[in-house]
Every structure is written in C-alpha cells, then in structure tokens.
Design a protein around this ligand. Structure first.
Ligand SMILES: [Zn+2]
Length: 380
C-alpha cells in the first residue's frame, strides 16, 4: 500500500499565519498493530527528526514488500508551534512563549475520566476489554476542548496516538548518552529497545509528574489495571516510552542511521513489521528507578565546567565538575561538585552559566532516593 502524507491543520494563532502537522502513514489505515512515532515535541531537540528521516525509507520499503500488517504513523516534527519560536537567532522549543508551559507536560490526564467511564463495562475477555477501552479513550479525547494553540497541538497529538498499540516520543537531553524513560510495567519491551539502541540508562517511573506525552498514553491503562484486578487488561496494550537520543548537538547521519535501524528492528520484534528481527544484543544497562536518579545541583550561581563525560560510571563523592565564580580569587572561586550516588552519569548540562539549584548532571542509581518525590523529571 502506498505511503500517505497527511497534513493536519492547526488553528491559526494570529491573522495571516497558519501551521500544520505532517504525518506519514505506512501500512493499512486503521489496521493493527498501530504505531505512532513522533520527534521534536520539544522543538529544539533535533536528533529525533534525523532518525525518523532515516527510518522512513526503511518503512516505505517494508510497506512495498507488504511487511506492515498494521499501520505506522510518523510525525517527524511534532511541534510546529515551538519550531517558530526563534528568539535572538536561537530556537526556543521547550516552553511555549505564550506562557502555556513546557510542550511535553500537561497532556490530558485521562486516568479519572477513563476509570469512571469504564466502571462496570469490563468483562472476562482481554481483547474485548482492550477494544472497549480504546473506544472510550477516543470518545473522551473527542469531547475534550482546548483553546490556546499549544493545548490544541497537544490534544491533536494525543488524539492521533492515544489508541495506538505502540508510541515512541523521540527527544534529547542537553549533553547525554542515549537513555529511555518508561513505566515499570513495560520494562521488558523497552529493555529490548534499550539494548538495540545501546542505551546507557533505562529509567522507570509509574508517575513522574505533570503528564508528559508517553505517560498520558500509558497511565490511564495502569489505573484501570489497578482498579480492576479481576479483569484481564494487558499492561502492554499501549506501549509507550520517551527515547532521549543523546545530546542536542548529537546530530549525525551515521549515528541516526544506526538508531533508525535499531528502532526498525525493535518494531519488527514487536510484530509491527513482518519478518524475523535480528537477535537482541546484550544489554548495555539495567532498568533503574527514576527516583534513584541523583541530581548534581549548584548551590549558587557560577560557571559550570564539567569534567566527566555523559555515559561514564561514577562513584558517590567523585568530582563530576566545577562551579566557578570568576569574580573571586582562583583559590576560593572554585567549588568541586560531586556525584551524590554511585551509578551512570547519563546526562549533564552543557558548560554554561548555572543558576542556583540547577541540575547540572544526572546519575542513574539502582536505589530509590527517599528525598526524590513528586515531579521526578524536573523541568530542565
Ligand atoms: Zn525533550
């Protein structure tokens, strides 16, 4: 079946302007398994669009060979609103400049409404339950209203992805090794993806706070599972995670091509592409809890000068960089910042002026840290 390129219009934010999403559809429209792949929801995170650029010809070829039993939808640039936010020659794609916040927070939280809508409607057959839950999700999102442009964009993306079987949201960190965020119930599926991508960390949280895209898709299912232990609801009926494709500057054709091949193989292993996937390589990390991530924070403002590369194993107390106050004499103006935990330093802030309380490095450890509560992702 031929590839369809769909243009999804967004409401005009101001007279004389118009924006739209582009969605490439492979396979059979409406068939399953349905896959949603998106990149650059944080519009200034551009390794993802390059990976999808390399993945799409492979999907087109699989489609020509009739190897896509369901449907694979690809939105290579998921945030045309953010893409337009160039301030002083710098693309500012993380927060909406209209004040509506982080583009990857505040998706519609369907946990309560879905729970209420499904009360008394679940039966003894898993497939029937899954179909009924998907229809209800679709109806709830169809009823949902949004006003401002960012909210409409988020609702549009959520409507496109919410009834998929698989949804990957491709991001990147500031400077980082490849890492993945997913729910603890879906570790097995994403450990396979992590191994294929050579991830340095696979971070799990049931609820990291503020409803990012992947959790908006998965958490409503988990709430139903918790509240209906006697009813069969597969925990992987909606598989979704966030893949952090290293750092912002890691835009490289050869690397993106390898990542695209790994995602293709994983989709094949999941049954979204027919044929036998290459065997999973040995794991490059173990799953660790998101609340086990030890942040390195700055006690005061200063120049952040890191000395440990992302993707390095560190031990608690090890110096990972320095916070420098150039106004002070050199012997007093240099503070060593140390790893709070032993583990994998998977991401760091680029060398820059840091504010008090900035998280300048993140270290994945296998043990939950008691003080880490609430909004686990932070906002930076
Ligand atoms: Zn992001």
């Amino acid at each position: 079946m031929a590839r369809i390129v769909e243009r999804v219009s967004l409401p005009s934010p101001s007279p004389g302007t118009a924006r739209h999403l582009v969605v490439h559809r492979f396979g059979r429209q409406g068939a399953r398994p349905r896959v949603w792949l998106q990149a650059a929801l944080h519009a200034d995170e551009l390794p993802g669009p390059l990976v999808l650029h390399h993945l799409m010809p492979k999907l087109a070829e699989a489609d020509r060979n009739d190897q896509i039993p369901g449907e694979i939808m690809v939105a290579p640039l998921a945030n045309p609103v953010g893409l337009s936010q160039v301030v002083g020659s710098v693309l500012q794609g993380r927060y909406a400049l209209d004040g509506s916040g982080n583009f990857n927070r505040g998706f519609v939280d369907l946990r309560e409404p879905l729970d209420e809508a499904m009360a008394g409607k679940l039966g003894a057959d898993a497939a029937t339950n899954v179909a009924a839950i998907r229809t209800t999700i679709e109806n709830l999102l169809a009823e949902h209203k949004a006003d401002d442009e960012s909210a409409i964009l988020k609702l549009t993306l959520q409507r496109l992805a919410a009834t998929a079987d698989i949804a990957l949201d491709l991001h990147c960190d500031d400077q980082a090794a490849l890492h993945i965020y997913c729910g603890p119930r879906q570790v097995d599926a994403f450990a396979d993806l992590a191994a294929r991508l050579g991830a340095a960390a696979l971070l799990t949280a049931e609820d990291s706070g503020d409803t990012p895209f992947d959790e908006a898709l998965t958490r409503p299912w988990w709430r139903l599972i918790e509240h209906n232990p006697d009813k069969p609801i597969p925990a992987d009926a909606m598989l979704s995670c966030t893949v952090e494709l290293r750092g912002r500057a890691d835009i490289d054709d050869a690397m993106a091509k390898r990542d695209a091949a790994a995602i293709f193989d994983w989709l094949q292993a999941q049954g979204a592409i027919a044929g036998k996937a290459p065997p999973t390589p040995p794991p490059t990390c173990q799953a660790t809890p998101l609340d086990g991530v030890g942040p390195v924070r700055t006690p005061h403002a200063g120049l952040w000068v890191p000395c440990v590369e992302p993707g390095s194993a560190v031990t608690a107390g090890q110096i990972v960089g320095y916070l420098i106050d150039p106004m002070l004499p050199a012997d007093t103006g240099r503070l060593a910042l140390k790893a709070p935990v032993t583990g994998m330093m998977f991401a760091r802030m680029r060398p820059d002026l840091a504010k008090p309380g900035d998280r300048v490095a993140k270290i994945a450890s296998p043990t939950s840290i008691p003080e880490r509560r609430g909004k686990l992702l932070g906002d930076r």
